[in-house]
Design a protein around this ligand. Structure first.
Ligand code: PLP
Length: 394
């Protein structure tokens, strides 16, 4: 006998990975350049040179036993302190290394935080369209995922948020800039969310944690100033990842940061350490821990994503598609040309376009285009997008 839910997750590929796998097989048949795979959020630009330089330096100059050895469970304290110092300078925060927990990217961070804070039957609120894995982490611990509708700009509908918070709400998760829409939560949005949560905390007499999932924090293409959640919301937690900003998704490095102003902060941090132990997510990859202090503040060359975004967004609008303007991340959210986004995604395959339907993001009728691909793919795919449009419109 096995747990039914776990078995289902184990057997089901995600829609995104299904498309990605299909693309790999299709490329073998018709050639790499003839398949326009926009399915997966795998960074297409190399890590900045400081990453490899630092790794080479560490490997050649440091004691090899030390560099590959276990660190303490939450990660090397010098590394955590360096992150706090960096954040305090860059975002005017007042965070401390003592409340940072290094772990395997944002995925592990979210799984740990959910396990740590949620009791069975309690609720996690997310904003549609949302990263599909929030449901996995929530349901893994017997919690219930509650989805708040977006406003016309794909930011939270605050009235719906207020209505959906109940006595059982324990966590609210947002990610900005957003996967899949590219929407950016301004300071005003964060302030408004915090004010609502603070009122509801008073009403229900317990903390409601605002969790900011931030793998795309640096992927902003204008002059946006990132509003750091700990500056606005007392009971807040950050789940950060170096996967996208440094193009290092396979290395599994990121962190959880608990706001030092959190109610019962010692206990909140301890319960996170406990959950991480229970899940086996202690002692993040050591070599990459040691790398972190040297690469804080660096990013891959984001100009390349900006160029992809500009060309693709303008071309799709020009063709006639209804596309949401993305402020950040590396996704475009586009209205499907029929109500059923899954059917639309199937039709797109006929034109060798691999587009993710919005259904797993708890939203209907759209597709996600991951534009973290080569510029050549963007340009070469445009006639296929035109043919797909004409197929529907003519
Ligand atoms: N959160 C969001 C919104 C994501 O898009 C992703 C990955 O695509 C993750 C979390 C997990 O990222 P990682 O575990 O690589 O840090």
């Amino acid at each position: 006998m096995f747990d039914k839910k776990m078995l289902d997750i184990g057997y089901s590929q995600s829609t995104i990975r299904d498309l990605y796998t299909y693309g790999l097989a299709r490329k073998k048949v018709i050639g790499d350049d003839n398949v326009y795979d926009f399915s997966i959020g795998n960074p297409s630009i190399p890590a900045p040179s400081v990453v490899n330089e630092t790794l080479i330096k560490l490997l050649s100059e440091e004691d090899s036993v030390k560099i590959h050895g276990y660190t303490v469970s939450p990660g090397n304290i010098d590394v955590r302190d360096s992150i706090a110092t960096y954040l305090n300078k860059a975002y005017n925060t007042a965070v401390i290394g003592k409340y940072i927990f290094l772990t395997c990217g944002a995925a592990a961070s979210l799984a740990i935080v959910t396990k740590a804070l949620l009791f069975p039957n309690e609720e996690v609120i997310v904003f549609a369209p949302h990263f599909p894995e929030y449901r996995t982490y929530t349901e893994a611990v017997g919690g219930k995922l509650v989805t708040v509708n977006p406003d016309p700009d794909f930011l939270p509908d605050f009235i719906d948020l207020e209505n959906k918070i109940t006595n059982k709400t324990k966590i609210v998760i947002y990610d900005s800039p957003n996967n899949p829409t590219g929407a950016f939560y301004t300071e005003e949005t964060i302030k408004k969310m915090s004010a609502i949560l603070s009122e509801k905390e008073k009403e229900y007499g317990h903390p409601i944690y605002l969790v900011s999932d931030e793998p795309y924090r640096e992927l902003l293409y204008g002059n946006e100033k990132y509003p750091f959640v700990t500056n606005y919301c007392r009971n807040s937690i950050v789940c950060y990842s170096f996967s996208k900003s440094l193009s290092l998704p396979g290395e599994r490095i990121g962190y959880i940061l608990v706001n030092p102003k959190c109610e019962d902060v010692e206990d909140v941090y301890a319960v996170i350490c406990g959950a991480a132990s229970m899940l086996g997510y202690i002692c993040a990859p050591a070599l990459f821990q040691h790398m972190v202090p040297y690469v804080l503040g660096y990013t891959s060359n984001l100009e390349e994503y900006k160029k992809n975004k500009g060309t693709l967004y303008n071309a799709l609008k020009e063709i006639g598609y209804d596309v949401i303007y993305p402020t950040g991340a590396f996704y475009l959210f586009m209205k499907a040309l029929e109500e059923d986004a899954e059917a639309f995604s199937e039709v797109a395959k006929k034109f060798e376009l691999l587009l993710v339907p919005s259904d797993p993001f708890s939203y209907k009728g759209y597709i996600r285009i991951a534009y973290c691909v080569s510029y050549k793919q963007i340009v070469n795919s445009l006639p296929a997008f035109k043919k797909l449009y004409d197929y529907y419109k003519k």
